[in-house]
Design a binder for this molecule. Structure first.
Ligand code: GLA
Length: 726
């Protein structure tokens, strides 16, 4: 890994064994993007664009003949001086004119990767990551911009963010501050991103980029079910294994924008960051604003390599260190068994059976604090209903612990309902716009996390429950989008800050709680995967992907999330059949196979299982424990993502001694006879033994011929293969 400067300090070349990132200072002023992609030995600076003299264009008096800012690849594009493409930064300085001309000032190699104050970010020591800081300034507006490029040693990853400093003596207003801008040369690109809705998250969409702006965004206050804060630009024939990929992912849990503009000449500008549509920020004299961190990910071997890069980064350089090597307990969650109707007797029955089945952790989901059996009963006071659970949570924890199980508890700390005591005492603690009727979501409003008193209340609530060590796991839920987004405490000129301040408030609460109770495993949840984003993953060990626990749908949902997240960050539960969300029947074995490459859990009424099923669950859990090391440290790959009828997952141990494969035949169709599935990442020079068929295969055979799978007359049939080095 190296950062070198050439040509009188005019060009910088950042590189590791995989990627190079090259920038140049043009005419001592503008930061120009030269190259990002596969690593280059040396940059000879001969690839500079020749510009055609065009009419109807601006003249920026640049030393390159005929060039205009509208035609140059820029690292810090702003509006006003002839670059008409999307800007990465828009500021109204003290003179009230939205206009900036930012000139290069200096670049510095930092000894450590900077932390982002109050926000999640990737981390690594000096041998793992190297950071370049670039400072640009507009001396008239008195604005300084600091750009950060942190290149990770091992992979094609650069973490980026920017800081904006007001070094004048008046307030300025930031209207737009995205985390990164990347200009790519004129080529054909496909766009992919992950869209969804409740109970159907993380669906892959792909289209060819056309002239103009293409974007996805969230304005719902959280990263959202509708779009993951991610997109990638691909060379046209890219699949899971081949092709060039530029991936963009934002480490942020609020409103975002992810966009690409193909300009008049076919060049592409890609940006990701806070959504400017719902954002403005007053920056006082001397103050600094820091954007969230965005990840730039380059792969020259298709989508799987991009995913491997993200998985590695998020497991070892983002999620809390104590979870990076922790095998997750196999859990039983009460939700689909009890819904809101929880009771001590039921918990006793379920945990008796859970213990026999080999489950490690019992999670008491929603219902324990509600005085009724629906979401209409109050939320926000966090007092256990003793008529449901005599002796309160302490007593339930004791019951569960006495059986030798760990105990987990569900919270939705951001929510408050009008019929709660908390609301009666503090009606001003919620997000609302005076004089207007408030909008409910799941019978709740949201607390104003920008307020210190609200944040202290939530932290205090957790202290009450966690301080005595009664709780080993917390499911942190959040079940509605933000509306009426206004804080009573913010001044008129700061009203545009509230969405971002909500997220900063959430991060402060999570930081205080998760850094105090490091023995507690936190799971993020938001009506399923509505806030499954890298920002939350910085604080928690795992996320709940979806309220849809149907095996068939889960294949697509988990495949989608696996684009970005490692298996160890995802919870996957075996629930009852027919499934509560889809009504579909799948066998217990099928449901287990869909879950077993992730963090296994059960979410069903064990009393409805007969002896045969309980024995099967017991066997599943023992089987899972024998392969859990793979779930923790294995490399997860998708195959046949673009195939109509088959989907395949493989999970390899890093030494290539073992590999688990799941092949999903979606529908029975006489049009396919049998499938040949290649297992490409095993060692070609050794033989492998497949456990169920007891056959021996050469690693080279698995790679080049593949395994032949028969057609089965069944919809949604799963073939499992398990190879061990022979
Ligand atoms: C959300 C979660 C579910 C469950 C319910 C409880 O929908 O995603 O898993 O916890 O809330 O109300």
């Amino acid at each position: 890994m190296s950062i070198t400067f050439h040509k009188n300090n005019r060009i910088v070349h950042m590189k590791n064994e995989t990627i190079s990132y090259i920038m140049e200072v043009l005419d001592g002023k503008y930061l120009v993007h030269c190259y990002f992609g596969k690593t280059l030995r040396k940059y000879h600076d001969n690839g500079q664009d020749y510009f055609f003299k065009r009419a109807y264009n601006t003249n920026n008096h640049l030393s390159i003949e005929h060039a205009s800012l509208d035609d140059i690849q820029l690292e810090l594009p702003v509006r006003g001086r002839g670059d008409f493409r999307i800007p990465v930064l828009s500021i109204i300085p003290e003179n009230g004119i939205e206009y900036l001309d930012l000139h290069f000032k200096e670049w510095n190699i930092l000894s450590e990767k900077p932390k982002l104050p109050g926000m999640p970010s990737t981390f690594g020591n000096q041998t793992e990551v190297e950071t370049l800081e670039i400072i640009c300034e507009d001396k008239i507006a008195k604005v300084r911009v600091y750009l950060y490029y942190s290149m990770f040693h091992e992979k094609g990853i650069i973490a980026r963010h920017q800081r904006i400093e007001n070094y004048g003596d008046q307030i300025i207003v930031i209207r737009n501050a995205k985390s990164l801008s990347l200009d790519l040369p004129s080529q054909n690109y496909d766009w992919i991103s992950l869209y969804g809705t409740h109970a159907k998250e993380a669906n892959l969409q792909r289209f060819t980029l056309h002239h103009g702006i293409q974007k996805i965004e969230s304005v719902r206050g959280s990263s959202s079910l509708q779009h993951q804060p991610f997109f990638a630009l691909l060379s046209p024939k890219t699949d899971e294994f081949h092709g060039e990929v530029y991936g963009f992912h934002l480490i942020y849990s609020g409103n975002f924008i992810a966009e690409a503009e193909m300009d008049q000449f076919g060049k592409v500008r890609a940006q990701i960051g806070i959504n400017p549509d719902t954002f403005s920020w007053q920056l006082k004299a001397g103050d600094v604003f820091t954007t969230p961190e965005a990840i730039l990910n380059y792969s020259q071997h298709g989508l799987n390599e991009m995913s491997q890069n993200f998985h590695w980064l998020y497991q070892y350089h983002l999620m809390p260190k104590q979870f990076e090597n922790m095998k997750r307990p196999v859990l039983l969650n009460s939700w689909e068994a009890m819904y809101y109707d929880v009771s001590r007797d039921k918990i006793k029955e379920q945990t008796d059976l859970a213990k026999e089945a080999g489950i490690d952790l019992f999670v008491l989901d929603d219902g324990w604090f509600r005085d009724g059996l629906t979401s209409e009963s109050p939320i926000g006071d966090w007092k256990c209903m003793e008529f449901k659970l005599p002796g309160g949570i302490k007593s339930v924890a004791k019951l569960v612990h006495d059986k030798g199980l760990k105990f987990g508890l569900w919270f939705e700390p951001e929510a408050i309902s009008q019929n709660s005591q908390l609301y009666q005492q503090h009606p001003d603690w919620i997000l609302y716009v005076p004089s207007y009727a408030m909008v409910e979501g799941r019978h709740e409003y949201l607390l104003d996390l920008s307020r210190t008193d609200v944040r202290d209340y939530i932290v205090h609530t957790f202290d009450t429950y966690l301080k005595d060590g009664d709780i080993d796991y917390v499911k942190w839920d959040m079940n509605r989008p933000l509306t009426d987004v206004n804080s009573q405490l913010l001044e008129k000129g700061q009203k545009g800050e509230i969405y971002h301040r909500y997220v900063l408030g959430l991060y402060e609460i999570l930081e205080r709680i998760t850094k105090t109770y490091t023995n507690v495993l936190f799971e993020g949840c938001s009506s399923g995967g509505a806030r499954f984003d890298p920002g939350i993953l910085y604080y928690v060990g795992q996320n709940w992907c979806s309220d849809n626990t149907d095996g068939f749908d889960r294949v697509a949902i988990q495949s989608g999330f696996s684009m970005l997240y490692p298996p160890i960050s995802m919870g996957s539960h075996v629930s009852i059949a027919p499934n509560h969300q889809t009504g579909r029947y799948t066998s217990l074995d099928t449901r287990y196979k869909v879950a077993k490459l992730f963090n296994l859990g059960y979410e069903l009424d064990l009393k409805l299982c007969d002896k045969h099923e309980l024995d099967a669950i017991h066997l599943q859990i023992s089987n899972y424990k024998t392969m859990q090391e793979l779930v923790l440290n294995g490399r997860f790959y998708r195959h046949d993502t673009f195939s109509e009828n088959y989907q395949m997952w493989s999970l390899y141990d890093p030494k290539k001694e073992e590999c688990m494969v799941m092949i999903f035949q979606k529908f029975y169709t006489p049009l396919s006879a049998r499938g040949l599935f290649k297992i490409p990442y095993l060692d070609s020079d050794v033989n492998y033994y497949e456990i169920s068929s007891q056959k021996i295969y050469g690693g080279d055979e698995l790679k080049n011929i593949g395994v032949s799978i028969p057609l089965v007359q069944e919809d949604f049939h799963i073939f499992e293969l398990h190879f061990k080095m022979n």
